[in-house]
Write a protein that binds this ligand. Sequence first.
Ligand code: DUT
Ligand code: MG
Length: 144
Amino acid sequence: MIVKIINKSKNQLPGYETIHSAGMDLRADLEAPIVLQPMERKLIPTGLYIELPESFEAQIRPRSGLAYKHGISIVNSPGTIDADYRGEIKVLLVNLSTEAFEINTGDRIAQMIVARHEKVSWEEAEILNDTTRGAGGYGHTGVN
Ligand SMILES: O=c1ccn([C@H]2C[C@H](O)[C@@H](COP(=O)(O)OP(=O)(O)OP(=O)(O)O)O2)c(=O)[nH]1
Ligand SMILES: [Mg+2]
């Protein structure tokens, strides 16, 4: 699928790092390095603007390497980029570790997955069909 993108960043376009990667890594595009103190969150610019087709979204997800090695995650994970959004894609990083973490331009801070989604119209009803699960949830089948 071809998607229009404006790249105002100092980085190359996001790409798939391996042939079957689901996500494209997003790179920070900064005026100056950003430091995330423990438990601090900051919105990190990417310098990217996209035009997704109707019924598609982009999900902004954490990178497991950063999460495991440095406790860096995304507050609103997975972030949602709507098809009608024309602003800059930003990543809301949080530092869940006990050490400060520095981010520089070009650092791969997150990954973006483009996915199709349904658009729903409601049919209001009085009753929903019966199932074995019913209202069971929150571990009602057992924890292990
Ligand atoms: O991680 C994110 C999440 C969102 N956005 C942009 C694209 C998205 O289309 C828009 C709105 O996001 P969302 O719907 O999650 O936020 P909201 O708090 O509901 O804001 P709005 O009222 O503008 O929809 O912000 C980002 O750049 N990065
Ligand atoms: Mg919204």
